[in-house]
Design a binder for this molecule. Structure first.
Ligand code: GAL
Length: 405
């Protein structure tokens, strides 16, 4: 190799390293806190079209959700048409006649970002074209459309290695160069929390959610799950969550048929567990109660706290459970959950209590360290120098934010 050639190759290598590094950094910054958005599946299933998605972007702005921090408008399964002769995926022209680029431009013009759904297998769960064997083509196509988020599912993947399949799509997205939040959806089947920290920004921990408090909804060969069953499946997972890689408890069912009390609990639990918060209701027609829940700034602040620690279950007293999420600056969020069908009164003498969190290394002796507290949903306040007496409605929560005195 001549000196000139050596310098030439050296220059290209530096460029590649620099480029790769910038891309990696761009991807790194995408989910420092859990992602906030909306997804079409829970309400619309396969019935998606560009008009509805545009209206949803409008509603995200007019409802105040955008101001509250929601960012992504995600089109789930069924936007796909066929592949062209070269294998590039086309949009379903009947339901998206203006094309995906125009839809992305519209969503961007509202100051929002747009997500799509695909699948690691040959077909998606609804039988559309999956990305298997077309990962790089799809990533380049999404980048050319201006897509910001990819939810990547796990249907039709019998003989595929999950880590390899998800890493291939991650590499394809990196290579295409546009920053894309990569949301892994393989239902927790292959313990993604053990291998996906550097692969995706979040991973589903369970099968699909269903709008009920404590049920298993049987679909024949598979089940979907209510709020409590999904919560209970999070045991042991909190150590895997952190900035850039979150345990995803699935899209929310707030506004989709549960009682207001249950919706408030569902939202509070997902928030304190540092799950991505992806609304799944029709934003165009939601009630004021639903809007108030989804845009509660104090609850969202707990979810978005920069420390990025998922709540731990501190006390398990049968139907009464207390979750604690350490926050920045020595603050804490406490959630009192009443799983039961009747209201409960709960007394807590702080001075008898001690809390240690092996993950954030936070430790509090409540007889020595004193806090002021404020109830996130009701607004009343108090201090830990006095006993706490709470009435917690059936299927309800009380959420307190503790600030050092
Ligand atoms: C499921 C996934 C759902 C939804 C659906 C689309 O596998 O868990 O959230 O995306 O596929 O077909």
């Amino acid at each position: 190799m001549t000196k000139k050639q050596f310098l030439g190759w050296g220059f290209i290598a530096v460029l590649l390293m620099w480029g790769g590094n910038t891309y990696a950094q761009k991807f790194d910054q995408l989910a420092k806190t859990p992602q906030l958005g909306w997804n079409s599946w829970n309400t619309f299933g396969c019935d998606v079209n560009e008009k509805m998605i545009r209206e949803m972007a409008d509603a995200m702005v007019s409802s105040g959700m955008k101001d509250a921090g929601y960012e992504y408008i995600n089109v789930d399964d069924c936007w796909h048409g066929e592949r062209d002769k070269q294998g590039f995926i086309q949009v379903d022209k009947k339901h998206f006649p203006s094309g995906m680029k125009a839809l992305a431009d519209y969503v961007h013009s509202k100051g929002l970002k747009i997500g799509l759904y695909s699948d690691a297998g040959n077909t998606t769960c609804a039988g559309r074209r999956g990305s298997r064997g077309h990962e790089y083509q799809d990533a380049v196509t999404y980048a050319s459309w201006g897509i910001d988020y990819l939810k990547y599912d796990w249907c039709d993947t019998q003989d595929i290695n999950p880590k390899a399949a998800y890493s291939t799509m991650r590499d394809a997205l990196y290579t295409a160069g546009r920053p894309v939040l990569f949301s892994i959806c393989e239902w927790g089947d292959n313990k993604p929390w053990e291998w996906a920290t550097d692969v995706g920004h979040s991973w589903r921990t369970t099968g699909d959610i269903y709008p009920c408090w404590n049920c298993e909804h049987n679909h024949g060969s598979w089940s979907s799950w209510g709020v409590l069953p999904i919560l209970d499946k999070q045991v042991g997972l909190r150590k895997y969550a952190g900035p850039g890689h979150w345990n995803d408890m699935d899209m929310m069912e707030v506004g989709n048929g549960m009682s207001e009390e249950e919706d408030r609990s569902h939202f509070s639990l997902w928030a304190i567990m540092a799950s991505p918060l992806i609304a799944g209701n029709d934003l165009r027609s939601m009630s004021d109660a639903t809007k108030k829940i989804l845009t509660n700034k104090d609850m969202l602040a707990i979810n978005q706290d920069k420390l990025g620690v998922q709540a731990m279950k501190w006390i398990d007293d049968g139907d009464l459970e207390i979750f604690v999420k350490p926050l920045e600056k020595g603050e804490y969020a406490f959630l009192f959950l009443n799983r039961a069908d009747q209201a409960q009164d709960y007394m807590l003498d702080w001075s008898f209590h001690y809390m240690k969190d092996d993950i954030s290394k936070h430790e509090v002796f409540f007889d020595k360290k004193k806090f002021n507290w404020r109830d996130i949903w009701r607004g009343d306040s108090g201090t830990t120098t006095e006993k706490l007496g709470l009435n917690i409605p059936a299927h309800g929560v009380r959420v307190l934010r503790l600030t050092p005195r």
